[in-house]
Design a protein around this ligand. Structure first.
Ligand SMILES: Nc1ccn([C@@H]2O[C@H](COP(=O)(O)OP(=O)(O)O)[C@@H](O)[C@H]2O)c(=O)n1
Ligand SMILES: [Ca+2]
Length: 499
């Protein structure tokens, strides 16, 4: 056997080739780690923006949406970052001074300039959609409605954003886009095997919408209620209907018109609290196409609106604003409008939420009978006591919650046929994951083509999986290489044979 000193000299780990290979090996590992770290570092956020103005009958609101610039087509990625409530009434109230309708939007538009980064202003689409208030004005006085749109468009054109137009949405669009919004935010549209969708219930001031998918409805019966979509590779046959004049502010007129048919000077109203009295003008009450044909002849100028606070009588009055006498279809909700069987859960937003939230009745686990009892107690509470308990609420709104709550329950049960079982399928909601429930998001998603008809092709592995597998394979190769190096290096030391 060679002397030990000779063995030491022949240690192969000290040869220049081994040192070079080891250095390359270390550099390779460092490079691999560096690339992996750099690749996974979050990219600087690049967002795109879109702005929608909801010109409702009672007020206008501006919504700003934001989404990652690279991921336009991914679901659930568009979020509401800001909303601004326009001061003053809805744009339809400016029929006699249209320029003021344009003026009213300026504060919120300036606010939007702060919320959208300057360099994105020019490419940010800006839409205005008007709903039932403008539908009614357009029916009543189309010249005035055109002038309001002109004034509004002139203001929006002057903003730094990319103005895409101001128009009246049809009732079908309003209902369908509300449904898209709710299901998009709930991530219900991208599920491969079709998770059940959520219905949408929207209560406005001048109209109300109901939209849902029912397996009993294919669109053949009453096609005007059908909207078909292909979204992310799934087909949807949506039932939707918008009842013009059945928003809560117009129904308040319908109900009062009903109670004041004889043109009396005192109108007793069970939907208002006992001891509530207010002087009202007949001509103001009947100044809406929803009631104008019912104006009693020879009525005095004014009448005293007097509350009696009786929930069940109020329910009777409100039931009478629905017409159940004719149904030209297999089944109807009311006013001869077809409605398929209710199915699934429903999100109820806008005034549904505001009213039920004020009344502390958003929890639909409370049995319907209990909800009615609580509301009956609330309605029978005298007006002075109500004002004492809610000093921070505007009197105009405060006075109407008994009416509005009763209308909501009557519409849901008598109108749409919810019962004490299906009532618990309703969720009274304002926001979903930070974005307001309403038609605006669905409207923008559609107009910017952000929901593809087909599911986007995705790589077979998610990104993290791909990185891990590549890293593991690289490590295995390195280990095999190292083992070979150790085992088969030509001058590998043989086991010292000590005999
Ligand atoms: N904080 C709020 C905001 C709105 N609301 C009501 O919600 C309804 C919103 O209707 P809207 O202005 O969108 O009218 P439409 O054009 O949708 O019929 C109105 O009846 C408002 O009075 C409310 O009760 N509480
Ligand atoms: Ca609305």
């Amino acid at each position: 056997p060679p002397p030990l000193s000779e063995m030491k000299e022949k240690n192969p780990w000290h040869t220049p080739a081994t040192i070079i290979i080891t250095v390359i090996f270390v550099i390779a590992i460092v490079a691999l780690v560096t690339v992996a770290v750099l690749q996974n570092k979050p990219l600087p956020p690049k967002y795109k923006y879109g702005i929608v103005l909801d010109a409702g009958s009672s007020h206008t609101a501006l919504y700003i949406y934001e989404w990652p610039a690279e991921k336009d087509n991914n679901t659930g990625r568009v979020e509401q970052t800001h909303s601004c409530k326009v001061k003053g009434p809805g744009i339809s109230s400016y029929a006699s001074s249209p320029l003021k309708a344009g003026e009213s939007l300026k504060v919120c538009l300036q606010e939007a300039e702060q919320w959208v980064p300057n360099k994105r202003h020019q490419e940010t689409p800006l839409y205005l959609g008007a709903t039932a208030g403008m539908r009614l004005l357009n029916m009543e006085n189309s010249l005035a409605s055109d002038q309001v749109f002109q004034a509004v468009a002139a203001t929006l054109q002057k903003s730094p954003f990319s103005f895409q137009g101001a128009r009246i949405l049809s009732g079908q669009e309003e209902g369908a886009y509300g449904w898209v919004t709710v299901n998009y935010l709930d991530d219900r549209l991208t599920q491969v095997c079709g998770l059940e969708t959520t219905g949408a219930l929207d209560l406005g001031g001048a109209s109300t919408q109901i939209s849902f998918v029912s397996s009993s409805y294919d669109g053949s019966e009453s096609p005007s209620n059908s909207v078909s979509f292909r979204l992310y590779g799934n087909n949807y046959n949506l039932y939707t209907h918008s009842f013009l004049c059945y928003g809560k502010d117009q129904v308040l007129r319908l109900a009062l018109a009903h109670l004041s048919q004889s043109g009396q000077s005192t109108v007793e109203d069970p939907c208002f609290h006992p001891n509530f009295t207010e002087s009202k003008n007949y001509s103001v009450l009947y100044d809406s196409p929803c009631v104008s044909d019912r104006k009693p002849h020879g009525a005095p100028v004014a009448f005293t609106h007097k509350g009696t606070g009786n929930f069940s009588l109020c329910q009777q009055v409100l039931k009478n604003v629905f017409n159940f006498s004719h149904c030209p279809y297999s089944q109807c909700s009311f006013n001869g409008v077809f409605q398929p069987d209710l199915q699934g859960t429903f999100g109820a937003f806008s005034a549904y939420y505001f009213v039920m939230n004020f009344l502390n009745l958003t929890d639909t686990a409370i049995p319907l009978e209990t909800v009615k009892e609580k509301l009956a107690t609330y309605c029978s509470t005298p007006w002075p006591q109500i004002t004492q308990q809610h000093k921070d609420v505007k009197l105009k709104y405060l006075a109407e919650y008994c009416f509005s709550g009763t209308y909501i329950l009557t519409l849901l049960t008598e109108g749409y046929n919810f019962n004490s079982d299906s009532y618990s399928n309703i969720r009274f909601i304002k926001k979903i994951k930070g974005s307001d429930a309403g038609w605006t998001l669905g409207y923008m998603l559609n107009l910017t083509n952000m929901i593809p008809a087909e599911a986007p092709d995705t790589p077979p592995l998610p990104y993290a999986g791909y990185v891990s597998i590549v890293t593991i394979i690289a490590l295995v190769l390195v280990i095999i290489f190292a083992l070979c190096l150790y085992r088969f290096w030509p001058r590998c030391p043989k086991q010292p044979q000590i005999i």
